[in-house]
Design a protein around this ligand. Structure first.
Ligand SMILES: [Zn+2]
Ligand SMILES: [Zn+2]
Length: 255
């Protein structure tokens, strides 16, 4: 499985893009950044988007991507996959023919640019050879961690945005996933703010990792608020785990 980091930041400023991870060219884990990082022909290869939650920094690329596909007449349909509440939020608050067009009817209802697929938490689903497990995490809105297992059995777990949580770590343990993309948004001194906003600090993340019997071998971090990045990175280095580091935008993980 090849995972390309299109964005891994907790906000957007020059040099920092919102979270999105391209898996084997056709799937996305979250969609904060699409057209800003992909070439046109790469955008045309997208088939499905797994969404952790509907916060703007995780969906921001979708409206422009759909607009691009339709105006270029590609005939593609992209499936957005998530839990019931997340899909409902997109329908009601974004693709509602007010904020942005309802692309489930464009260019035509039988061949739309967008379709939704609701999956239930904790039940394994299959999409073209990939197994997908979603488990609720602890954020300020309904949000899911995602485990994606590729055709050769290789797996990646992705927390999306979360504060301290349990169910997701149980699933990661149960599936024996070796690679984890986790969030760490704030430095340790802002723990109270992190907890209030459903996020983690390096110290909180360490406690989360300790909840697993067999934590993933390689742990990659994302979602630092850009202004705290140097501070968080220093605290991460202080955790004394050599398999933990921040992701770089543009890098490709081969797992
Ligand atoms: Zn969020
Ligand atoms: Zn976020």
């Amino acid at each position: 499985m090849k995972i390309r980091v299109l964005g891994s930041s907790g906000s957007e400023v020059a040099g920092h893009r919102a979270p999105a991870f391209l898996v084997d060219e056709e799937s996305l884990l979250d969609a904060g950044t699409i057209g800003l990082s992909l070439k046109i022909r790469e955008e045309h290869k997208l088939r499905r988007i797994f969404l952790t939650h509907a916060h703007f920094d995780h969906i921001k690329g979708i409206p422009f991507m759909l607009d691009n596909l339709v105006s270029r007449g590609t005939g593609n349909t992209v499936t957005v996959i998530s839990g019931r509440e997340v899909i409902r939020d997109l329908k009601t608050n974004i693709f509602n023919d007010r904020i942005w067009p309802d692309f489930t009817k464009i260019p035509s209802p039988d061949r739309p640019a967008l379709q939704y697929r609701t999956v239930s938490a904790s039940r394994e689903e299959r999409f073209d050879g990939y197994r997908v497990i979603m488990a609720k995490v602890n954020h300020t809105v309904p949000a899911y961690g995602i485990i994606l297992i590729g055709p050769k059995g290789e797996g990646i777990a992705y927390t999306g945005d979360t504060g301290p949580t349990d169910r997701f770590w149980k699933k990661v343990d149960e599936y024996g996933v070796n690679h984890l993309i986790a969030e760490s948004s704030f430095p340790n001194r802002l723990e109270e703010l992190a907890l209030k906003t459903g996020h983690l600090t390096p110290a909180l993340l360490q406690q989360e990792i300790a909840k697993m019997k067999n934590p993933p071998r390689c742990i990659y971090l994302m979602h630092a608020k850009p202004q705290y990045f140097p501070e968080i990175e220093k605290e991460i280095r202080g955790l004394a785990r050599n398999s933990i580091r921040y992701l770089q935008e543009g890098e490709v993980l081969s797992i």
